[in-house]
Design a protein around this ligand. Structure first.
Ligand code: 1PR
Length: 554
């Protein structure tokens, strides 16, 4: 049993539950730093930065943590692990400011300024599993093989410059941009990637850190490149069945009821039950899923805060699933019918982040926000859920999940000129041979169609501060005929944030298709994995054989 407790610097801005769980999984106890005086006494500090650089530094200053931290870090001989923003705050400054507030300098331990990736060249944020080039012999990485990927999610990065070379432990390449992905000097370590979200690889990094010894620092020497892998995401559509049990279900074009007579409700079959959310998610983590999404598909019927089971699902799942968890369904402002108490979308999201979610995904609310944004000629009010949540938790924490369906047309003139019309492939023609369609957005789980197209919604949501698009397609959902490549192409060309292709996967080849024929960064499947028709390792093997970068599951 380790002889010391790990001191966790949790300044209350987001999900540090996973970091806690990862420390516990390594067999260490945790002590929270709530008073600046604890910093000097700490045996090892872990600082998981969450939110934006400006807000993190402001909170550190307000709580009086910044001075003691600088002292703790100054001799490089006290164990410290900064994670993500916790690494960036070690630099002198950042281009990431809080809206309307003056720039705040960083802790200034490492020379250099943190800057933003160029979204005209690559999708921003950099989200997903990528490798690293090791520049120092370090005990922190002693249990990790060179080809094991780790999970990144960030829009800003620390460039490699002459002045910080002696700090560099690893670098990583995104597009053709190398950046600092980990630093170490003595016992001070920090990673741009998230060990707590990097599966068993991340747990081994934590283990290495907690056993840290002083490493020799070497000059950085950039030799080669790493590659962001394409992610395989599993979605669990969750709802109560007719007996009130929370189950993972799966629809055909969003209809989740069996067609047979057993358990008939209102003349229709019962809700398909494909398993329990937490145990199924655990299975997918162990089998190598790069990310897991829980979608509460009936949340429009009830408030999410009343929906305690989903919060419990997140709490349980995050105990031993160390890859990113997204939760969607009902992320919007909400008034409780009996008490009249109103929850803002930000408060709802905060509950989920505290329960263990890394990202929240918004469906209906995002479509309504996009409609208002377009109607106002592109004015941001600062009050939409997307804006409020991304301001506090960062754009990378805000996913927009939309549910479009095709509207076939014979010619562009038939349709409002504001809709983006897409040409269909020969195998995708409409019922009477239509070669064109527009993708109409829906809300309430596909029940209500809106007069706005998917491309417009995605562009508007990006402008409002969404960091990623989960792009479903009702026509393809559950059909196992492959992703809607026309839709994926149209949206991934129109936005510069990452797109997750969803709906329709039935074979490993569907993944290699969508990755080779469109610019999406991730692809999601549900039914084929739930029914065990295809295993995650089959998908990854096909991607590997096809030359698509994929994370080796460790
Ligand atoms: O509108 O913010 O409350 O969010 C509701 C969320 O629930 C949205 O993300 C919406 O997509 C989802 N949702 C609502 N109703 C359904 C339904 O199926 N009846 N599920 C639903 C959407 C889409 C994917 C599905 C893929 C892959 N499901 O999650 O898993 O299509 O399936 P496949 O691989 O089997 O083809 P809000």
């Amino acid at each position: 049993m380790p002889s010391f407790k790990v001191s966790l610097l949790d300044y209350g801005a987001g999900n540090v539950r996973s970091v806690r769980n990862a420390i516990l999984a390594n067999g260490y106890e945790i002590e929270d730093i709530t008073d600046p005086a604890q910093i000097a006494q700490a045996k090892a500090i872990i600082f998981p930065g969450v939110g934006s650089f400006g807000s993190a530094m402001r909170v550190l200053q307000e709580k009086g943590f910044d001075g003691p931290l600088r002292t703790y870090l100054s001799a490089h001989d006290r164990p410290f692990l900064g994670i993500c923003l916790g690494m960036q705050t070690l630099f002198e400054s950042s281009d990431e400011h809080e809206d309307g507030r003056p720039a705040i300098p960083g802790l200034g331990v490492i020379p250099g300024k943190v800057i933003k990736f160029d979204s005209t060249k690559i999708a921003v944020p950099h989200i997903g599993w990528n490798g690293r080039i090791v520049h120092q012999e370090s005990p922190v990485l002693r249990y990790v093989a060179d080809d094991e990927d780790t999970y990144f999610v960030h829009s800003f990065y620390a460039p490699v410059i002459e002045e910080n070379k002696e700090w560099i432990l690893t670098t990583t390449t995104y597009g053709d941009q190398p950046f600092v992905s980990a630093i170490q000097r003595g016992s001070v370590v920090a990673t741009q990637f998230h060990p707590e979200k990097s599966g068993s690889t991340g747990l081994k990094v934590l283990q290495g850190f907690l056993e840290v010894r002083i490493a020799e620092s070497l000059d950085a020497d950039i030799k080669t490149e790493t590659k962001l892998t394409k992610r395989v995401v599993v979605a669990l559509d969750v709802r109560s069945n007719d007996h009130g049990d929370l189950v993972v279900t799966k629809g055909d074009q969003y209809d989740v009821r069996e067609n047979h007579k057993e358990g008939v409700v209102e003349g229709r079959g019962g809700v398909r039950n494909l398993g329990k959310p937490v145990s199924l998610a655990r299975r997918y983590y162990q089998e190598g899923a790069d990310e897991i999404a829980f979608l509460n598909i009936t949340s429009f019927r009830q408030g999410v805060i009343e929906d305690m089971p989903m919060l419990q699902v997140l709490e349980e799942a995050s105990k031993n699933i160390f890859v990113p968890l997204t939760v969607g369904g009902g992320i919007r402002s909400y008034t409780e019918p009996i008490s009249g108490r109103t929850w803002s979308a930000l408060e709802v999201a905060s509950r989920y982040f505290r329960a263990g979610a890394d990202k929240v995904s918004m469906g209906s609310d995002a479509v309504h926000a996009a409609e208002a944004y377009v109607a106002s000629g592109g004015t941001k009010t600062g009050t939409t859920s997307i804006e409020m949540i991304s301001r506090v938790y960062g754009v990378q924490a805000v996913v927009v999940s939309i549910d479009p369906k095709r509207v076939y047309i014979k010619s562009k003139e038939e349709v409002d000129s504001k809709h983006v019309v897409v040409e269909l492939g020969d195998d995708q023609l409409g019922p009477t041979g239509e070669r064109l369609c527009w993708y109409q957005c829906t809300v309430k789980g596909g029940r209500e169609a809106r007069n706005i197209c998917a491309v417009t919604v995605c562009k508007a949501c990006e402008a409002l501060g969404a960091g990623e698009i989960m792009l479903n397609c009702i026509d393809m959902d559950g059909q196992c005929n492959g992703f809607d490549l026309s839709l994926m192409r149209a949206v991934s060309r129109a936005v510069s944030i990452p797109v997750i292709a969803s709906s329709g996967a039935g074979t490993p080849g569907h993944f290699t298709d969508v990755f080779s024929k469109t610019n999406v960064q991730a692809a999601l499947a549900a039914g084929m994995f739930h029914r065990r028709e295809v295993e995650i390792e089959d998908v990854k093997a096909a991607m590997h054989a096809h030359g698509t970068a994929t994370r080796k599951s460790s």
